[in-house]
Design a protein. Structure first.
Lengths: 454, 176
């Protein structure tokens, strides 16, 4: 069999279908870590692994709606390389500075050459433009030391979604080499901020997990705060002062319309989705007293009041199984973190360290709760759902509002600068290492990370 | 509603007792007297800037209640109305009694040293404290609305104790 025929066979092996905003079909993902794993899989983020990502080959160069396939091959490699580098786990080479590879090499790497660079892992692939104008992207991972293929995936995407194919490839490699679940192919809703401290313009905005495909949703005429993507990415819960008062709206992304989650003369804020997207958790102040409520996401049905302390009960985040809610309350005299059953029963305090504890967020992996600790400065940390095992991950003047990567491995938050009040979005590994700022066109706050796209 | 108000009033009394004797919270350098307050509900008053103050207008209110008489300040995380605040609110109530066709919006604020959601709740609690006191001394509750801005609209811009003290506030804005 000629190399070309063999490659074509590989390509046909990778046959997939994709609708707009729909699933990117792919080969089965690598085995996930056992779900009953009680502790973190502590891969050492201080020891990076070297990985080379040469430009993907474009065997029959063709123009697409997103540019020529040769350029796309390089851009896809750049995104894969950038994702892996940003994870903090990899030291990447390429595509810049690496020689071009040939199509036969994609399936038959020149291991001796890569060993001599030296590099431990190698990602190769191709971009082919189909008759329907869609791209077929092949993605191969090789262990250079062992000289064998460890992962192979293919994606069929419309040209405008080429970045998603790159993220899916990077996710597969990341999962394969770390044992963690994927997270690059996901999106973030946040608040884009600009203007002076006492008159900030705050706009609802969305972007990919790496900051690409940025889009403003609101125009900034009224203040927008605290967005949350629905689990299916079709809508966003957020707070808006559009009628002069703080109220939670659910914004339908495709329709470009929004509605109140509940008719009320009282302010509503701090919205959250249940993991299945069927329930909305929110806070409402009645005669000055704030409590936590839930209501069906359909907008029908009556609100259910979950807390009734005379103090401020606010915020909240469902456990991944939807059975429990972690929230904050100052019923003890200062902000602390509490857990209750989803029906409001069995409320119990879990934070007992020094200082105040706020903005609890349950990890999608269920094992940890992230929070903001206020003791002088504001720091982001994690604790187990029973309150034990507290650790602080950041150390700055004001780090606030953690949100979890869909794999429960990375935490995003926002940082406020003392004095100027300027805000920026950051992320940090669970170990507290690899802290880095996310690129946003203007200042950013209130990040909310959505699930991995299908 | 009634029960809630009574409960809150009771809490207020207790809180007031608890913090009695705390250090003075008024600050020396107050922010420049804002026209139409922080949120300028009446910024578009057609008579603004003509030098003529219309009785019953927001300008008139600001003049009658005196410098910073439109606001009361709070200790960190507190929402109680102390004797000093009561004097301020009494002058506001007198003005509101003088102009029974006016309404008021009490804006509750928090300083930047709190988390966003909690500060929204705290601002609402502060605005309600001011409202509750105003109604307790005779202002019809239906004339007073509240709105919380949390930490979104600071009055003083510094990141220091003095600025924060000015930002923990409930500001009364009148509406005709």
């Amino acid at each position: 069999m000629s190399l070309f025929a063999r490659n074509r066979k590989l390509a046909s092996f990778l046959l997939f279908i994709l609708g707009t905003q729909a699933a990117i079909a792919q080969t089965p993902p690598p085995a996930a870590p056992a779900s009953d794993e009680p502790e973190l899989v502590e891969f050492d983020t201080s020891k990076t692994r070297s990985i080379a990502v040469p430009a993907l080959v474009a065997p029959a160069p063709a123009d697409t709606a997103a540019g020529n396939s040769v350029a796309l091959g390089r851009q896809i490699a750049e995104v894969i390389s950038s994702d892996l580098r940003a994870s903090g786990v990899f030291e990447t080479q390429g595509p810049n500075g690496l020689r071009a590879i040939t199509l036969p090499e994609v399936a038959t790497p020149q291991f001796d050459y890569w060993k001599s660079r030296p590099v431990e892992q190698l990602v190769q692939g191709f971009v082919r433009v189909g008759g329907d104008g869609n791209l077929t992207v092949g993605c191969y991972l090789y262990d250079v030391g062992f000289g064998n293929e460890t992962t192979r995936l293919g994606f069929n995407v419309p040209p405008r979604e080429w970045r998603r194919a790159a993220h899916k490839c990077a996710d597969a490699i990341y999962s394969r080499l770390t044992g963690e679940l994927p997270f690059f192919d996901s999106r973030i809703a946040y608040i884009a901020e600009s203007g002076p401290k006492n008159k900030r313009t705050k706009r609802l905005a969305i972007m990919d997990s790496d900051g690409a495909n940025h889009r403003f949703i609101t125009n900034g005429q009224s203040t927008a705060l605290t967005p949350r993507f629905s689990p299916n990415y079709k809508s966003i819960l957020y707070l808006s002062y559009v009628d002069g008062n703080p109220r939670i709206y659910v914004y339908d992304i495709d329709a470009g319309r929004q509605r109140l989650i509940t008719q009320s003369t009282s302010p509503t804020f701090a919205p959250r989705w249940s993991p299945d997207g069927k329930t909305i958790l929110y806070s409402m102040a009645v005669s000055g007293n704030t409590d936590v409520y839930k209501i069906a996401a359909t907008g029908n049905g009556t609100p259910v009041k979950l807390t009734s302390s005379p103090g401020i009960d606010v915020g909240g985040s469902f456990s991944p199984d939807g059975r429990q809610i972690v929230f904050e309350s100052d019923r003890s005299g200062s902000q602390q973190v509490y857990v209750m059953n989803a029906d409001g029963s069995n409320q119990r305090r879990i934070s007992f360290g020094s200082g105040r504890y706020a903005t609890p967020e349950w990890s999608p992996r269920a094992d940890l709760i992230a929070f903001t600790r206020i003791a002088g400065d504001f720091r982001v940390g994690t604790m187990r759902p029973d309150g034990s095992g507290e650790r602080l991950l950041t150390d700055s003047w004001q780090d606030e509002a953690p949100t979890w990567a869909p794999n429960g491995r990375v935490i995003q938050f926002f940082r406020t600068a003392k004095g100027s009040g300027k805000t920026s979005i950051w992320q940090v590994d669970l170990t507290g290492s690899n802290e880095r700022q996310l690129p946003t066109p203007v200042d950013g706050s209130d990040p909310a990370w959505g699930p991995v796209l299908p | 509603m009634k029960t809630n108000t009574i409960k809150i009033a009771a809490i207020l009394l207790v809180s007031t007792a608890l913090v009695a004797g705390c250090g003075k919270k008024k600050v020396e350098a107050l922010p420049p007297a804002a026209q139409g307050t922080d949120y300028g509900q009446n910024a578009t008053d057609p008579n603004a800037g003509t030098g003529q103050i219309i009785p019953g207008s927001q300008e008139d209110f600001l003049q009658q209640v005196g410098a910073f008489g439109d606001r009361i300040l709070f200790e960190t995380d507190r929402f109680n109305v102390d004797a000093e605040d009561q004097a301020v609110l009494q002058r506001q109530a007198q003005w509101l009694a003088q102009y029974p066709n006016t309404r008021a919006i009490v804006e509750g604020h928090a300083d930047e040293r709190g988390t966003r959601d909690y500060n929204l709740a705290l601002g609402e609690r502060r605005a309600n404290s001011a409202k509750n006191y105003l109604t307790s001394i005779g202002v019809d509750a239906s004339r007073i609305q509240t709105v919380s801005y949390g930490k979104e609209r600071p009055s003083a811009l510094g990141s220091d104790e003095q600025s924060w003290a000015q930002n923990r506030r409930a500001v009364t804005v009148t509406v005709r």
